[in-house]
Design a protein around this ligand. Sequence first.
Ligand SMILES: [Zn+2]
Length: 91
Amino acid sequence: MWGIQDEYICQSCGLLIEDDKFGPEPDGTYSEDYCQVCYEEGEFNEPTIRMEDMIERSARKMAEEMEISEEDALKKLEKLIPTLKRWKETW
Ligand SMILES: [Zn+2]
């Protein structure tokens, strides 16, 4: 996908997780899969969000962070997000 194994991609929103941005678990540890925007205390912050909405929202953030067009970000995320752990099972 991104070809970079040692960077963490949130398995919900598809964006890179910086070192201190992992979602907290109820036992005080941190999730290895999800960022703190998506996940907190063992639960998703928006359990009912649809995949399409997540793709659009992430595309806006990614476009800002990576200074690419929203269209390019959308194209990447439309491929990436359906393969992530959170979405794979339902789609
Ligand atoms: Zn996330």
